[in-house]
Structures are given as structure tokens and as C-alpha cells.
Design a protein. Structure first.
Lengths: 306, 521
């Protein structure tokens, strides 16, 4: 999974870089005076990458002149993305009045606010409880899951996620050779842990250069844990199966950054990486005992913003 | 993408989880050391450092003994009380940065880890009394009436020195009063006998055997004290190391044999004198026959058995074909046997001196006497060899022999697995006497009626480890299962009920340190 995600992540990063180059064109010196505002707006309403591109040397267009719209719909000069570039035809862009988003646009927000976020994500959560050694080597619970978000304002979004942890181990129980006959009396059992991590909270972010969004997120967290010990795992239902459920609640504070690669003005693939501390109460797992999870958390994901 | 999908799918069920290999060095339960009581079967949980009480009906309950490790459990003579030795751990590290990191005893620097031992008496699943005790006093002997217990050093087990230890003392515990007292009795005391009042049956004295001395402790006094000490030698350069000790039926004499010595010490507890009896050699075992009022002695180096008269301390010597070193008393009969690779077994009438020889097919490993004392059941081991026919078959397999002590006949059986243990069951009318035989790695119980020789196999959930009986006559069988499995067999109906999974209790709560202030209270 990790390798697959890494490959996917790298591909998206590469795509993001090339798409950004294509959409934004050469930066800065060719941009008009209002370039800074436009650069920020571009992140929200990027140029479609499918727009036709003309070679610079073959199209002698005055530097200060506005770009000639090639699209059927008229473009608004106030929200043109990235600024007109010499020799580059501006992408077809919709005016706020022409899109559903614009129709119920919240006053004060930039147009084409990408309200929704959906991601596939993977992560780790620290678990230093000694009892976790029964289920896995190391102190980390790896997980995969989904996250979703809804943007309230330009810099604030509601976020939530679900991640699933699945760990299993064949535990060798060493029994002392009390009769000194040098025959192993070791026993075996199967230990398994399944956990569902649920988070919900708020994310604050801002855009840098149109495609990078550093952010901080504070979320409440609940971990629903289910463990099973089985000393006869080959038999589906046997008297040697013991199961217990437990819940831990707490919070998660993460710092991260998101990189976007606009495909269209209304669809941005994104990758992100976040990390930070978490705090959780002790999960009481019935007669089996308890487990204290929590600590450093790391998450990464790929998804869409639309 | 396929690995990602596979990982997603793996998270959806128990059977597709990652499969790492992890190890725990502590078993979740101890199947070979369980204690039957009228309240149920007590089981030690080493990983959780706790006890569990199993009921034959199927219930299991973890017993709370506080933070610490239960190192051993023993049954008191009342068949109701369980004696538990509990180790508690305190870390005295004061560095605040270190303290934050220390949760378990293993986290504490060895120099800062203090271990204290406590003896808890558990009855009905509740702790009824606690006594602090040095961990070196690793053995506890109860008087028959259950009022007194003497804690002493059992040198056959691993000793843990956790405090300044007085090696010349034993701890006398008055269970009724809840008090304990260290009584100096002599160097390295390691055996205790109790003397009862012949009229009332109350325990009045303890005879404590130590190296070079035997001390008699008056338990009836307000504070237990030594009333007399019998020196076994007057030469400080000589070491007299007791091997066996027993009381004569009238409680007047304590008979004591010493390692490597052919002298038998007869300590007169009334007149406070010592008689020394010359034996044929250093004895291997000694046992008192209350019915015949004689003592039987066997010698591992000589094929003889001696009978010692308790009145004049005369000995009667009988010749054997092979030397013996074990004695089991069955009323007036003494069964002489040896696990040291020989094939002979003898029945000796201690009153008449009649001796009967039995010849076993294979060397004995264990011997069990039936409660009616009519049969002895001997488990034997294979002895290899390349014989053919029936002899070869016996040589290659573990076996069991039924020795009929009434008819002087024996009957051998070949077992499927090495015999692990035997229990006996009889009905109220006494019309049947069943032997229940456990075999290693064999998941059935072999049941044989010793009167009719009718046999039956009782299926078990899993290969067994040990068998024993509860005070109510129900049998328990422990199994080799990591999370715990005990079968309870009703001998009258043959019905088996099982209790399982009890060893998982507390398996995620590892043994913690005791807070220093809590320990100090």
C-alpha cells in the first residue's frame, strides 16, 4: 500500500508541477500590476489546462493588452487567472454569474470556491502501550481510510476522517521447560486488533503561489477498538476465542501542507502531508485490560477538491 | 493500485490481517500448577500476575490481588484457602526525567528496583489475610487443623534474596490471630512437622529440621518459642544434612535420617533425648506405618529393605533382588519401587514382613495408589531396544501396569502416549473403581474399571497436561492451550464441561509498579 501510495503521490506531484506551469505560464515580469491578487484568485479559479497555447514568438501581442478570449463564454477581466501572458491565449473562464457556485456565493468570498474535498488517506498513530507488543512489533499503528472536507470560507474548512487500523500477529508464548526434558512446550495464539479512528474538526489554511496550502488542523478524535485473541485460529468458532471492545476519545492537532494540481477550474487533485500530536483516553477492553493509544500522528493522502 | 486495494480489503476482516510474529516470555496461565478447593479451581495467570477462580459450571473470575506478580499458589489443608505468594515492585528512582519514563518493573534501573513478597490467603475468591514475608521464605507448611503455618526455605526451589535474611529462622504464622513471628531454630531450616495433642487433635508443637539441629517450637505459648533443640552433632566440623523425617504414630518420636549417614536419629520429644540407630546404610526413603507401628527403610545402594520397630528400635532386614528408593504406604502394605530404570516392584506387609515381588515390563516413571488401596497403577516409559514380538512392542512404547495388591498379579498395557497422570473415581456403593489415565499429546481420556476391566475413551477438547480431583469428586483436566482450557468431568455421568479463555483476563494489563507511598502505607 505504501509503495502504491508513494507512486501515486509522486505522479500527482509531477502532474501538479507540469499543470501549474502550463496553466500559469511564465510568472511575474509579464503580469499586469494586479498580479498578486490574481495569483491568489488563480488558486481558487485556475485556468483550464486544455486551453490552446500559442508559441510566444509567433503571436505578436502587445504586452499590456488583455488576452483575446478564445472561448465561447466571455471571461471576466477581474478574475482572469494568472494574468494574461504574452503569446498565451487565456483559458475559457466562467463568470460568477454563469456558475452555480457563483449563484449562491457567500458575500466576501472569492468566486469558484472549491467547497468540497474528498481524499483517500493513510496514516500512523503512535501506540506505546506495552500491551500493544502482543499485536505488532514496534509502537506504530498504520491505518488507511477516507477524509472529507467542506470549505466554509477562503481559509476555513470543516474536516473529518475515518481510518481503519488492522494489526495481527502470531504470538509465541514461551513456557519454561520445568521437567528439563528439552522438549519445547511453547504455545501459540493469534492476536488481532482492529480499530476505527474517527476525527472531526476545523482546518485553517492559506494559499501560497496558487498551488501550495500550508495548514493547521484541530480535530476531535475517537478510536473504536476491537481486539481478539484466539488459540485455535484454524477453527472459525472455538471456545478459545476471546474478544473485547473499547473506545478511546481525545484530540488531534496536525500541521501540514497540501499541494494542488488543477485539472480544470472546478476540479483540483491534491496531495497532502500532515503530522502532529494526539491525545487519547485509555481504552478499556473488558476483562482483557486496557490500552493507552495516542502520541505522534502522521497522515498523508490524495484526493480531489471540487 | 492493486496493493492498495489489497490493503483496503485486508482491513475488513480478522483473517486477512498482517501476520507478524511476536513473542511473550510469560505464559498466560500455568496449566501444571492449579489448586482445587471447595470454591473451585484456582489458576495462576503469570502474564497478568493474577489468579483466576474457575467453577466447574463454566464460570471464570479474575481475583484482584493488586499490582504485583503471583509467583506460586498452594492449597491449605482446609481445602478452602489458597496461599498465594505475591511479589510487589517499587522503583525508587528519584530523577523526575527518569520517573516519567518508568511504567513497568522492567523499565526501572535494577539498582532502584525493590521487590517485596507478601503472602495472601484467598478464600471464596476474596483475600482474607495478608502477611509480609521475605521472598526467600518460599515454602509454607500448614498444620492439619489449618491454624498455623510455618514459612521456611525450600532449598529445592530458586531462592530470591530481597532483604537481609536470617538463615537461622522460620516464620510462624498464627492464621486465626493474623500474626507472624520469626523464630530462630537453626541454620537452613527446610522441613517442618506438626505435633498434635492426642486427645484434642489441636496442633501444639512444630518440629523444625535444620542442618545439624532439630528444634521443637511450642505453638501453644502466647508467643511461639523454641522449647528444645536437639543437636545432631557436637562437632562443628561435621555437617548432618537431614534427608527424611517422620513422626511415630504416637507423636513421641521424631525419626530422622541424614544424607550419606547410616545413622537414624530417634528424637524423644517427651523425654528430650536422642537415640541413634545403626542402619544398613544411608537410606533412600523412609516411611512410617501407623497400622503396624513400624518404619520401612529402603536403600538405593543395597537390595534390602528394613523394618524398624518403634518400641525397642530393633531392625528386621529383608533381601530384595534390586535396590529400591521409593515407598508408598497402603495401610499395612508398603509398595517399594524405583524410577531409576529397574523393573522390580515389591509389596511388603509391614506387620508380618511378607514380601511379594512384581516384575514390570518397562521401567516405572510414576506410581499411583488407588484410594481403596487394592491396586497400584504404574506408568512406565519405553526403554528402546530391538526386541521382537510382545517384548519388543513393550520396549518401544510407553505403558501402564495395573498391580493388583490383593492377588499379587499385574497386568500391562501399552499406551498411545506417555502417561501424564492418573486419577481414580469410585461410586458411592463401591461397585466400580475407575482409573482415568492422561496421555501426552493424546486428546482422549482412557477410563478403565479396575474391577471389570471395561475400558472407555472419553474425548477431550485438546491434549491434556494434568489431571486431578476436586473436593466434591469432580475431576479436572488442564489442557495445553494458550488462552486456558480446563475440562471438568463428572465421574458419575461421564459428562464433561469446559471453561476456556480465562487466561486472557488481564493479558493486556501488564504488571505495574506499586507506588512508593502506597507501599509505605
Amino acid at each position: 500500500m505504501t509503495r502504491a501510495m508513494l507512486v501515486t503521490t509522486m505522479a500527482l506531484w509531477a502532474g501538479a508541477a507540469s499543470a501549474q506551469e502550463t496553466a500559469d505560464g511564465p510568472p511575474a515580469e509579464a503580469a499586469p500590476a494586479e498580479a498578486p491578487e490574481r495569483a491568489e484568485a488563480a488558486e481558487e479559479a485556475p485556468v483550464a489546462s486544455e486551453a490552446p497555447v500559442a508559441p510566444v514568438a509567433e503571436v505578436p501581442v502587445p504586452v499590456a493588452a488583455p488576452a483575446i478570449p478564445l472561448a465561447v463564454e466571455p471571461a471576466s477581466p477581474e478574475i482572469s487567472s494568472g494574468g494574461p501572458t504574452p503569446g498565451v491565449a487565456a483559458a475559457p473562464e466562467a463568470t460568477p454569474e454563469a456558475t452555480p457556485e457563483a449563484e449562491d456565493q457567500t458575500p466576501g468570498l472569492p468566486p469558484r470556491l472549491l467547497r468540497y474535498a474528498l481524499s483517500l488517506e493513510a496514516g500512523t498513530l503512535q501506540n506505546q502501550d506495552p500491551s500493544y507488543d502482543l499485536f505488532a512489533n514496534g509502537d506504530v499503528m498504520g491505518s488507511i481510510g477516507l477524509s472529507a472536507g467542506y470549505r466554509l470560507t477562503k481559509n476555513i474548512a470543516l474536516v473529518g476522517s475515518w481510518q481503519r487500523v488492522g494489526r495481527g500477529a502470531v504470538v509465541s508464548v514461551q513456557v519454561p521447560d520445568e521437567d528439563a526434558d528439552f522438549e519445547s512446550r511453547d504455545q501459540q495464539l493469534r492476536a488481532a486488533l482492529l480499530a476505527n479512528q474517527l476525527t472531526a474538526g476545523v482546518r485553517l489554511d492559506f494559499a501560497i503561489a496558487g498551488y501550495l496550502r500550508p495548514y493547521v488542523s484541530g480535530q476531535g478524535m475517537a478510536v473504536l477498538t476491537r481486539v481478539r485473541l484466539d488459540d485455535e485460529p484454524d477453527v472459525r468458532d472455538n471456545p478459545g476465542q476471546v474478544e473485547a471492545l473499547g473506545t478511546a476519545t481525545g484530540g488531534l492537532l496536525t500541521f501540514g501542507a497540501e499541494l494542488r494540481a488543477p485539472l480544470t477550474d472546478r476540479l483540483h487533485p491534491a496531495v497532502y502531508l500532515e503530522m502532529g500530536p494526539s491525545w487519547l483516553t485509555v481504552a478499556q477492553l473488558g476483562e482483557l485490560g486496557s490500552m493507552q493509544m495516542g502520541g505522534f500522528a502522521l497522515r498523508t493522502g490524495v484526493g480531489l477538491r471540487f | 493500485m492493486r496493493p492498495l486495494l489489497f490493503t483496503l480489503a485486508a482491513g475488513c476482516g480478522w483473517n486477512a490481517l498482517p501476520n507478524q510474529a511476536t513473542t511473550t516470555t510469560e505464559a498466560l496461565w500455568d496449566a501444571s500448577a492449579v489448586v482445587p478447593t471447595v470454591d473451585g479451581l484456582y489458576v495462576r495467570l503469570p502474564r497478568a500476575g493474577a489468579l483466576s477462580l474457575l467453577k466447574p459450571g463454566g464460570d471464570a473470575r479474575r481475583i484482584e490481588l493488586g499490582e504485583g506478580r503471583v509467583t506460586r499458589i498452594d492449597a491449605a489443608p482446609d481445602l478452602r484457602t489458597v496461599v498465594t505468594f505475591v511479589e510487589r515492585y517499587v522503583c525508587t528512582t528519584t530523577d523526575p526525567r527518569e520517573v516519567r519514563k518508568i511504567e513497568l518493573p522492567s523499565d526501572c534501573p535494577p539498582d532502584d528496583l525493590e521487590v517485596t513478597t507478601e503472602v495472601d490467603l484467598v478464600e471464596g475468591g476474596e483475600v482474607t489475610a495478608k502477611q509480609s514475608l521475605s521472598g526467600a521464605y518460599n515454602q509454607l507448611k500448614f498444620s492439619r487443623d489449618g491454624r498455623f503455618a510455618v514459612a521456611y526455605l525450600d532449598l529445592t526451589q530458586e531462592l530470591q534474596v530481597d532483604a537481609v535474611l536470617n538463615l537461622t529462622g522460620v516464620v510462624v504464622i498464627d492464621i486465626d490471630a493474623g500474626t507472624s513471628q520469626i523464630v530462630p531454630v537453626g541454620f537452613a531450616a527446610d522441613r517442618v512437622l506438626f505435633v498434635e495433642d492426642p486427645d484434642t487433635g489441636d496442633t501444639v508443637e512444630a518440629v523444625v529440621v535444620s542442618r545439624n539441629a532439630v528444634a521443637v517450637v511450642d505453638l501453644a505459648a502466647e508467643t511461639p518459642e523454641v522449647v528444645v533443640t536437639f543437636p545432631l552433632t557436637l562437632d562443628p566440623d561435621t555437617v548432618v544434612d537431614p534427608v527424611g523425617i517422620d513422626l511415630t504414630p504416637d507423636g513421641r518420636y521424631a525419626l530422622l535420617s541424614a544424607r550419606g549417614s547410616s545413622d537414624l536419629y530417634a528424637l524423644d520429644l517427651e523425654v528430650r533425648s536422642i537415640n541413634i540407630v545403626e542402619l544398613a546404610g544411608p537410606p533412600g526413603a523412609m516411611s512410617v506405618s501407623a497400622e503396624a507401628d513400624r518404619t520401612v527403610l529402603v536403600y538405593p545402594g543395597q537390595p534390602i529393605v528394613e523394618l524398624l520397630d518403634h518400641r525397642f528400635f530393633d531392625t528386621e532386614r529383608l533381601d530384595l533382588d534390586e535396590p529400591m528408593d521409593r515407598i508408598e504406604m497402603a495401610g499395612e502394605q508398603a509398595v517399594l519401587w524405583t524410577p531409576s530404570g529397574r523393573h522390580d516392584l515389591y509389596r511388603l506387609d509391614t506387620r508380618s514382613g511378607d514380601l511379594v515381588e512384581y516384575r514390570l515390563q518397562n521401567p516405572a516413571t510414576e506410581l499411583f495408589l488407588a484410594p481403596t488401596q487394592e491396586f497400584a497403577l504404574v506408568l512406565t516409559r519405553p526403554e528402546g531396544g530391538s526386541g521382537t514380538g510382545v517384548d519388543g512392542l513393550y520396549d518401544l512404547h510407553p505403558g501402564m501396569e495395573i498391580v493388583d495388591l490383593r492377588t499379587d498379579s499385574s497386568e500391562p498395557f501399552v499406551l498411545e502416549g506417555q502417561g501424564l497422570g492418573v486419577a481414580f473415581a469410585t461410586d458411592e456403593a463401591g461397585t466400580s473403581l475407575n482409573a482415568l489415565v492422561l496421555q501426552q499429546d493424546v486428546d482422549y481420556l482412557f477410563r478403565l474399571d479396575l474391577y471389570t476391566r471395561q475400558a472407555e475413551e472419553i474425548e477431550l477438547e485438546s491434549p491434556p497436561v494434568a489431571i486431578g480431583s476436586m473436593p466434591d469428586g469432580t475431576f479436572f483436566i488442564t489442557h495445553d492451550r494458550a488462552l486456558g482450557l480446563v475440562s471438568f468431568l463428572d465421574p458419575s455421568s461421564g459428562k464433561i464441561t469446559t471453561v476456556s479463555g480465562f487466561a486472557a483476563a488481564g493479558s493486556l494489563d501488564l504488571i505495574d509498579l506499586v507506588e512508593a507511598q502506597e507501599e509505605g502505607r
